[in-house]
Write a protein that binds this ligand. Structure first.
Ligand code: S3P
Length: 429
């Protein structure tokens, strides 16, 4: 149980942890490379540790000293144990793509109780179409999944869901397939896989919603610094915007436009922000972000904006609770199959705190500004729900208790200490 006291502002500087999505990809590309990858600022979260653990079991060389990680692989080995992806959908789905094409390797992938509930057929189906051998619960829709690596054939895949995890799994499988592999997404999703392959010098063609890779048996190695995670920065962006005495510099953040949909929406709502560009790292744009208190107005988030801010919707709901008027989010049904059903978890949590929030099948209607008076809420074991509710707690009149706070370790170990350090308290609290 975590008790969060009200604050009047968040002030100072903060550097969010290394990007989780890029860290997973860096590790997996290291596993496809004899010379290997070497990165600084690898995500400290439990999810990326799951990816490293699975790659080790597959015979890869993994060295880690804090944020410094080196991964390379001479020969893959059939793992003696089940590969446990823990809470990490990205680990499970990207590894499916990796193992499907790893000839003769038999592996079973499982995860924790949350991950075992999440759909896997979105990745299993197109991999089966490439010739993969995959079976599992619910005809291959749920973990545990058993895979036997095979020689795959590329092909063209039209994805029914906008999912960077599925796109990336197919591109990874495509690197060891015969012929080219093309993925067509219904709308653009995060393009870290594409940028990283390009940075490493692997031929990749990307145009609009269509991306193509070619067979490449040994990936070139590379060395770079992983930018700060925009999804972790998002909590500080909203905290600084909604608390009246804030002034916060968020340093070294990855600002890839396929991730920063939240900024476009918050700017439309009235966000007071200054971006200071810092060049690129590993092919990804990086910036420092200065945020000051902002007077926010409600807005409509449309379905096409959702994939570009999919992980930031819980914290957007908190900003909406503080904004004047109605905010409506639609087309976000994917939130129901994340670490928790995020539409429901946030609706229950914010309503309990006194926010006027209506749960829709594919989003919310939120009427602000809310007066939060304190209370007790649950994270539902979901790191982003826990952190979003913690930010909501900062503008409460009384302390808020969050049950199940330890899950923040999935993406942001130390989050609550940073929150404490940045928070300006009322004089008598
Ligand atoms: C991720 C993609 C998104 C996101 C997840 C990380 C990735 O999932 O929610 O946290 O690293 O590719 P989907 O691709 O399933 O939308």
């Amino acid at each position: 149980m975590r008790r969060i006291s009200p604050a009047t502002g968040v002030r100072g500087r903060v550097a969010p942890p290394g990007d989780k999505s890029i860290s997973h990809r860096a590790a997996i590309f290291g596993a496809l490379s004899y010379s290997g990858i070497e990165v600084e600022n690898f995500s400290p979260g439990a999810d990326c540790a799951s990816t490293l653990r699975c790659l080790k079991l597959l015979g890869c060389d993994v060295e880690r000293k804090g944020g410094h990680v080196r991964v390379s692989c001479e020969v893959l080995r059939e793992p003696e144990e089940v590969l446990d992806a823990g809470n990490s959908g990205t680990t499970a789905r990207l590894l499916c793509g990796f193992i499907a094409g790893a000839q003769d390797i038999f592996a079973v992938i499982t995860g924790d109780s949350s991950l075992r509930r999440r759909p896997m057929d979105r990745v299993a189906r197109p991999l089966l179409a490439m010739g993969a051998s995959i079976t599992g619960r619910e005809h291959g829709n749920k973990l545990p999944l058993a895979l036997r690596g095979r020689r795959l054939s590329g092909g063209e895949h039209i994805l029914p869901v906008a999912s960077a995890q599925v796109k990336s799994a197919l591109l990874i499988a495509g690197l060891s397939a015969q012929g080219s592999t093309t993925v067509i997404e219904p709308s653009p999703t995060r393009n870290h896989t594409e940028l990283l392959l390009n940075f490493l010098g692997v031929p990749i063609e990307s145009e609009g919603n269509r991306v193509t890779v070619y067979p490449c048996c040994d990936l070139p190695g590379g060395k770079w610094r992983i930018p700060g995670d925009f999804s972790s920065a998002a909590f500080w962006i909203v905290a600084a915007a909604i608390l009246p005495e804030s002034e916060l510099l968020i340093e070294g953040v990855g600002v890839n436009p396929t991730r920063t949909g939240l900024l476009s929406v918050l700017k439309r709502m009235g966000l007071n922000i200054e971006m200071r560009e810092k060049g690129t790292s590993g092919g990804e744009p990086v910036a420092d972000i200065l945020v000051k208190p902002s007077s926010l107005e409600g807005t409509k988030v449309t379905p096409d904006e959702v994939p570009l801010m999919i992980d930031e919707l819980p914290i957007l709901a908190v900003a909406a609770a503080r904004a004047n008027g109605l905010t409506e989010v639609r087309g976000a049904v994917e939130l129901r199959v994340k670490e928790s059903d995020r539409i429901r978890s946030m609706a229950i949590g914010l309503r309990k705190l006194g926010v006027d929030i209506e749960e829709l099948s594919d989003g919310w209607k939120i009427r602000g500004p809310a007066n939060i008076v304190g209370g007790r809420v649950r994270s539902y074991g979901d790191h982003r729900v826990a952190m979003a509710l913690a930010v909501a707690a900062l503008f409460s009149a009384e302390p808020v208790e969050i049950a199940g706070d330890a899950c923040v370790d999935i993406s942001y170990p130390g989050f609550f200490d940073v929150l404490e350090g940045l928070s300006l308290r009322r004089e008598n609290s």
